[in-house]
Design a protein around this ligand. Structure first.
Ligand SMILES: *Cc1c(COP(=O)(O)O)cnc(C)c1O
Length: 349
């Protein structure tokens, strides 16, 4: 697995440019081990590029980040579950508080330590509802007020404007405080969705924030697997578990060293693809735990050879396309990548 830290940095700058401000408006989301790419490496690269604020989901993820970024502001999206307050405060981590009970617990345990407040504006997932805010009030004062969009990848969806307007209305309780509504896709909905800070995650790692339009982001990941064996096959042979692929004509099968245990989703069996010797080839047969079989009959003799490499994600097979083939989203492809890959980080220039 190759992770291009220069591309991560470029994507952060592209997001920053959408903001039309020099303020450090980007808060990088690096939860789930930096979307599977290695939170420590990508966060260090983003920090060097000037990013000083980060979001993760769990207190443990935040504690790990704190070890390499002693001065960064690190926010914990899951907030301060009861019992975690002292640990969070000791590490100077900032919980994103979503319930009146959590806010009470944090105030009691951590005194005046900073926290972010999450408001629910129509996603119905996490955050104070408008009614809860009215009932429990805006005090004590948070260091950040945020909400999250449910359908930002569909610009015409009416929920976007409804959430934005609901957020603006609730912000009247918090005059002068930094506000944040948009993640990767929301950044591209226009100026009205930017507020003070934006929270890109997937876009930093090359996922297209507005599917259906050209991807403004650079690709970050290249995933290659070694060809362990190439064999000649002919009709009426079958390939792999369940004998689900029937060979129709004389050809060749290359078996490569990756499988569903490495995050190549088993749903790509008989429908995904790879690139060998510059040629797009189909995944044939079922994906095994550690092996995948490719039909390399159309690859020039010699280009598909034992010891050679196949791209499972790469410049000619981008993460969003792999996701389409697997009937999922780029987020799931990236966060499923396993821990067995040898990782090579290309340094930011
Ligand atoms: C995951 C997450 C983000 C980042 O979302 P992307 O779509 O990956 O940019 C931002 N904010 C919240 C609250 C999240 O849960």
């Amino acid at each position: 697995m190759e992770v291009d830290l220069g591309a991560v940095r470029k994507n952060a700058l592209a997001a920053q440019q959408c903001l039309h401000t020099d303020e450090p408006g980007i808060v990088a989301v690096v939860k789930a081990d930096g979307y599977g790419l290695g939170a420590v490496a990508v966060s260090a690269a983003l920090h060097e590029a000037g990013c000083t604020r980060f979001f993760v989901a769990y207190p443990d993820e935040a504690a790990r980040l704190r070890q390499i970024l002693p001065k960064a502001e690190i926010f914990v999206l899951h907030g301060a579950p009861p019992g975690y307050e002292a640990d969070l405060a000791a590490n100077r981590l900032i919980p994103v508080i979503s319930t009146p009970l959590q806010r009470e617990g944090w105030t009691r345990a951590a005194g005046g330590a900073p926290f972010a407040l999450q408001l629910d504006t129509g996603m119905n997932r996490l955050g104070f509802s408008a009614a809860e805010l009215a009932a429990h009030g805006p005090s004590p004062t948070p260091c950040l007020v945020m909400s999250h969009l449910a359908v930002p990848e569909e610009p015409a969806h009416p929920l976007n404007e409804s959430q934005r307007d609901g957020f603006s209305a609730m912000l009247r309780f918090f005059p002068g405080l930094p506000a944040s509504l948009s993640a990767s896709s929301g950044i591209f909905l226009g100026a009205g969705y930017l507020f003070d800070w934006v929270r890109p995650g997937a876009a930093l790692f090359g996922v297209n924030p507005q599917p259906g339009t050209p991807n403004p982001m650079s690709q970050v990941v290249r995933l290659q697997a070694k060809i362990l064996q190439v064999r000649d096959v002919d009709s009426p042979m079958t390939v792999g578990y369940g004998a689900t692929h029937r060979v129709a004509r004389r050809g060749r099968i290359a078996t490569i060293s990756a499988g569903y245990a490495d995050g190549v989703l088993r749903s790509l069996s008989n429908r995904g693809s790879a690139v060998v010797g510059g040629v797009r080839v189909p995944i044939v047969g079922r994906i095994s735990m550690d092996l995948i079989t490719l039909d390399v009959s159309d690859v020039p003799e010699g280009a598909a050879h034992e010891g050679g490499l196949a791209d499972l994600i790469g410049p000619d097979l981008v993460v969003d396309e792999v996701a389409r083939q697997a009937d999922t989203i780029g987020y799931e492809i990236l966060t499923s990548l396993g821990q067995r890959y040898a990782r090579r980080y290309l340094p930011a220039a």
